[in-house]
Structures are given as structure tokens and as C-alpha cells.
Design a protein around this ligand. Structure first.
Ligand code: GTP
Ligand code: MG
Length: 138
């Protein structure tokens, strides 16, 4: 059974959408096996998104991700990584399919409500970035 790291981003926590977004995960058969609300520093956001450090929007991304609290969570299910990305929808909400989280809730390509790991390697790294083994309750 697969696990993936999800983040409900500041634009969504600010608008009180945590429950509505979690309902989307649960309806898709993803189980929330760990979850906590934290406020990242810009440096922590920068470390998490280090792979994007050369991209032109990196500064804006780190500033946004540290602007308000986020909810970090581990989702579990068959093919959880791909399933979560399907439920999230395209990065740019203008391209996101009907019924996806980003279609319904995202404000822009930057303020796009959720993050999800994009591969087994990144899921392992990203889950370990936020959670200890003791916090993961299958
Ligand atoms: P994540 O699940 O958050 O990683 O999204 P993604 O995999 O769909 O997109 P990607 O990894 O390419 O980019 C990471 C994040 O950077 C996106 O989710 C956006 O929040 C942000 N981002 C991507 N492109 C842009 C952009 O052109 N402008 C701004 N401001 N932010 C961007
Ligand atoms: Mg990504």
C-alpha cells in the first residue's frame, strides 16, 4: 500500500477549506494516516522546495508557503501518489479538470491550494521531511 505527502496550502487554510479538501481525498479512497497544522518559516519552505531553487518563481513560492499555516498530511491507498495528483488536478487551475480540488478551490498557478508528491522517491523524502515513524498510524 502506497503513501504520499500532501500539503493544504496557505490560500486554502486561510479560507477555511481544510475539511472540504479532506472530503475530496476521502471520497477518492485516500486515507489520512497522519496530519498536522504548522506554520513554516521561509527557510523551511525553501528547503522543502529546494528542487525548484533555480525557477523564477522560487522566491514567491517560499514567501507564499510561509505566509500562513499549512496542513501537512500523509495519504495512504492503492496507487496513492498518482491518485492524489488526479484528485488535485493540473498545477494551473485554468487547466484543471472538473471536480478536482484545484478546479474548485485554487486561485492561481501559485496559490493552488494543495501540494502532492510526484514520485515514490519524492514521497519518501517529503513524508520524512515532516513526520517521524511514530506519527504514522496505518
Ligand atoms: P506541487 O504539488 O505543489 O509540487 O505542484 P505541481 O507538482 O503541480 O507543480 P510544480 O512542482 O511544477 O511547482 C511547484 C509549485 O510551484 C506549484 O504547485 C505552484 O504553487 C508553484 N508554481 C509553479 N509554477 C508557478 C508559476 O509560474 N508562478 C508561481 N507564482 N508559482 C508557480
Ligand atoms: Mg511538484
Amino acid at each position: 500500500i502506497e503513501r504520499t505527502l500532501s500539503i493544504i496550502k496557505p490560500d486554502a487554510t486561510k479560507r477555511n477549506l481544510t475539511g472540504k479538501i479532506n472530503a475530496k481525498f476521502e471520497e477518492a479512497g485516500l486515507r489520512i494516516v497522519a496530519q498536522k497544522r504548522i506554520h513554516l518559516s521561509a527557510a523551511q519552505a525553501g528547503q522543502f522546495y529546494a528542487e525548484h531553487s533555480e525557477r523564477p518563481f522560487y522566491g514567491e513560492l517560499c514567501e507564499f508557503m510561509s505566509s500562513e499555516p499549512v496542513v501537512v498530511q500523509v495519504l495512504e491507498g492503492e496507487g496513492a501518489i498518482a491518485k492524489n495528483r488526479e484528485v488535485m488536478g493540473a498545477t494551473n487551475p485554468a487547466n484543471a479538470a472538473e471536480g478536482t480540488i484545484r478546479k474548485e478551490f485554487a486561485l492561481s498557478v501559485g496559490e493552488n491550494s494543495v501540494h502532492g508528491s510526484d514520485s515514490p522517491d519524492s514521497a519518501k523524502r517529503e513524508v520524512g521531511f515532516f513526520f517521524s515513524g511514530l506519527e504514522l498510524v496505518g
